[in-house]
Design a protein around this ligand. Structure first.
Ligand code: SF4
Length: 357
């Protein structure tokens, strides 16, 4: 148990509701039979995250009481890490089918002084006791020596690192996560740690999380994606969704059109299918072209809808494991991040949205 007998990391972690369902610890199933391909674990401390990001349910100054706190709008139940490991170690014939579909574990740090050491400890336990590849979503702000930390988690068993820059420009970053909200995060430190993570883990083994719809222009988001690629990292997208009680609790999500255009941009740039110079923007910074028609780049079926599937770390077969079913939105007929391959009807819907406002 953590200090003072509290339910804290490293002995305890929170899991996403989807992860708890995959482990058989929560009942339920997902809209359209989606299943999570990654077990997402969140480190947990009684005194919470020290940061104050204006869109986040874990922010220090969120208005709602701690018992009501959600993260990405869903509850994150707390479990003993040993109990999770016990489930993951069951032989295939004894494991529930959803457990068998897990292709990765992701450990998210929060901004807490103990998070770095405890994270290494958690990676070590999971690396030793399970066969699943491990990602760490690192919090650069609490890393006294980021290169040593990255080397330590690599030795402990992690093969990938994510850094959640979230905001596309230094000004938005400061306004949402930095000085303007009394938060400890600094844009330069985040990007420096991306560079350091690539040095340790190698190109394409590091991801940069970006949230679409925090107030950036499409052009600014394209530049942030291109910057991540220049650092040797992949961009993984999230669609802003208002978290009740957070500072941005009443802000609208981005339009479907905006999100589709950025999904395409990230897909093209991550795969190096086009360069930033191919993009055409209007005077408001909105994407109005990709240099060639979408049919010419992707074919009539929009690459079978792949650009609109959740972007995340892969399983051992190279397919996206971290598909975060409905992590961005309520389950419903029109999805932003498809946690599975979109069907023909979905692709028709998407085609109608790409050039919408
Ligand atoms: S650092 Fe992460 S967990 Fe903490 S408030 Fe910011 S976004 Fe939320």
């Amino acid at each position: 148990m953590g200090d003072s007998g509290r339910l804290e990391s490293p002995d305890f972690v929170q899991t996403s509701l989807a992860g708890a369902m995959a482990l058989g610890l929560e009942p339920g199933s997902f809209y359209r039979n989606a299943y999570p391909g990654s077990l997402n674990l969140l480190m947990t401390y009684q005194d919470g995250c020290r940061a104050n990001c204006s869109y986040c349910g874990l922010a220090r100054e969120r208005c709602s009481a701690p018992a009501e706190n959600t993260f990405i709008r869903v509850k994150w139940p707390v479990y003993k890490l040993a109990a999770i490991i016990d489930i993951l170690r069951r032989p295939p014939q004894a494991a529930a089918s959803k457990v068998q579909k897990l292709g990765r574990i992701c450990i998210s740090m929060i901004t807490h002084p103990r998070a770095a050491d405890d994270c290494i400890n958690i990676v070590r336990q999971l690396g030793k006791e399970t066969q699943l590849p491990i990602s760490v979503l690192a919090s650069p702000t609490v890393l006294a020596d980021a290169v040593s930390f990255f080397k330590d988690i690599k030795v402990a068993g992690a093969d990938r690192v994510g850094i959640a820059v979230d905001a596309a420009t230094p000004e938005l970053f400061s306004a949402m996560r930095g000085v303007a909200v009394g938060g400890p995060h600094r844009w330069a430190r985040y990007w420096e740690s991306i560079e350091q993570a690539v040095t340790v883990f190698g190109c394409e083994q590091v991801s940069v999380h970006l949230i679409v719809g925090l107030g950036e222009t499409e052009q600014a988001m394209v530049q942030a994606i291109a910057r991540a690629n220049q650092y040797g990292a992949q961009a993984h997208l999230f669609s802003f969704c208002p978290e009740p009680g957070s500072k941005l609790g009443s802000q609208e999500p981005p339009s479907y059109g905006q999100y589709r255009r950025i999904q395409l941009a990230a897909y093209f740039l991550n795969k190096k299918q086009i360069t930033i110079d191919d993009f055409e923007f209007n005077s408001q910074g909105k994407i109005v072209g990709y240099g060639r028609s979408l049919d010419a780049i992707l074919g009539d079926n929009l690459a079978a809808g792949e650009p609109f599937m959740t972007s995340g770390c892969p399983n051992r077969e190279g397919c996206v494991a971290c598909n975060r079913p409905y992590g961005n939105e309520r389950p419903g007929p029109i999805l932003r991040n498809y946690p599975f391959r979109p069907e023909a009807g979905d692709i028709l819907t998407i085609k109608g949205q790409v050039w919408d406002e």
